[in-house]
Write a protein that binds this ligand. Sequence first.
Ligand SMILES: CC(C)(COP(=O)(O)OP(=O)(O)OC[C@H]1O[C@@H](n2cnc3c(N)ncnc32)[C@H](O)[C@@H]1OP(=O)(O)O)[C@@H](O)C(=O)NCCC(=O)NCCS
Length: 158
Amino acid sequence: VTCVADDVVPTVTIEIVDRLDEAVRAAVERLLPQLSRSATFDEQTLAWVVAHEATTLFVARMDDGDDVVGALTLVTYPLPTGLRAHVDDVVVDDAVRGRGVGEALVRSALDRAVQVGARTVDLTSRPSRESAIRLYERVGFVRRDSTLFRWEPSSDPA
Ligand SMILES: CC(C)(COP(=O)(O)OP(=O)(O)OC[C@H]1O[C@@H](n2cnc3c(N)ncnc32)[C@H](O)[C@@H]1OP(=O)(O)O)[C@@H](O)C(=O)NCCC(=O)NCCS
């Protein structure tokens, strides 16, 4: 997928990572803190994301210079009700936001989800992530009234 922003801005290419190279490793390490302050980078985990059947790591690479400036993870998983998909960890480098890189990443993930036969693609986003929410609605995500629950080992009252 090539996303043409305009005449002066270099384009980016969206790629699926099938081998973890140093450029991708370093870029993800640099981008994760921009996703969440509590995100901690771990190379083993990233290698697992790349190798795992259920996860597909997408990166956005600048066409001039090969810099990786964005990433997204698509999760696909079979359920008795069909193949489902989830989009997670969408992040674009602060320096290149507002040029369509995020949208190109999300559209590539949606194309892939359709290709593999996913019935639905879900994602969650905090209301404070306004730019992200506008992006998701722009590409066709529709809000659903559902409550997100999270359990952590420390939440067990027993
Ligand atoms: C959310 C995020 C991924 C969006 O990435 P991005 O590359 O800036 O996204 P886009 O460029 O596709 O869209 C952003 C804005 O740029 C605008 N835009 C896109 N291409 C443009 C262009 N060529 N010229 C002018 N504006 C453009 C879009 O219309 C959009 O405007 P809006 O925010 O007013 O609706 C990025 O802001 C980010 O990483 N945020 C921090 C992490 C985060 O919140 N992740 C989401 C977790 S749910």
